[in-house]
Design a protein around this ligand. Structure first.
Ligand code: IMP
Length: 193
């Protein structure tokens, strides 16, 4: 769908910029795997729904065409404010025991989701649980979690697009844009007339 079918939200990172940066992150991941002399490839786990496009890119660029497992984590009920509680679901089939897990996340905000996932997989016997995230909002951190690979750090703004949503909307936007209610309202009024 062309971007003009959507409100003209401010673009923070174009699709091209995201893809270029993901390429760089994958080079870092491969470098670290070589340095560690890893005998087995990492167990890739995407935090869905939001991280699917990012995970797809990582999978495409990382050698070995590794499977990407999926786990669902939700802390946002509706709207743009986190509920503070992380519910995990799915992922029972993920072979984490004895493996180095690499979490693939769209955005790290309070840090609670990554923390909950790390505890979950380490509890299941993973040898390690690293995290790669497309975006990070460091000023919003409530729980300190080490992030091994970060695409871009951003200020405290609610972003959508490239997989990220607001109540299930706007995931399909190709760029990462800043959600602004005024811009959305103006668009809806223009469409209605
Ligand atoms: P955390 O547990 O607070 O770090 O939240 C991480 C999750 O919150 C991400 O996987 C997203 O689903 C969601 N999230 C946080 N900030 C944003 C945002 O700006 N846009 C869209 N989703 C967000």
């Amino acid at each position: 769908m062309p971007q003009s079918s959507f409100p003209a939200f401010r673009v923070l990172f174009s699709n091209d910029a995201i893809l270029r940066r993901t390429h760089e992150l994958v080079r870092c991941i491969e470098h670290d795997l070589r340095v560690a002399g890893a005998k087995e490839p990492p167990c890739l786990v995407a935090v869905i729904e939001g991280a699917r496009p990012f995970a797809r890119q990582v999978q495409k660029l990382l050698a070995g065409n590794l499977p990407v497992y999926e786990v669902r984590a939700s802390s946002y009920g509706t709207g743009t404010v986190s509920s503070g509680k992380v519910a995990l679901s799915g992922g029972a089939e993920i072979p984490a025991r004895g493996r180095h897990v690499l979490l693939l996340e769209d955005i790290v905000d309070t840090g609670r989701t990554i923390k909950a996932l790390q505890e979950h997989f380490l509890g299941q016997g993973a040898l390690s649980c690293r995290a790669a995230t497309m975006l990070s909002k460091p000023s919003r951190r409530v729980v300190q979690v080490p992030l091994d690979y970060v695409g871009f750090e951003i200020p405290d703004e609610f972003v959508i697009g490239f997989g990220m949503d607001l109540d299930g909307r706007y995931r399909e936007l190709p760029d990462v844009v800043v959600y602004e209610q005024d811009v959305e309202r103006a668009f809806q009024q223009a469409v209605a007339h």
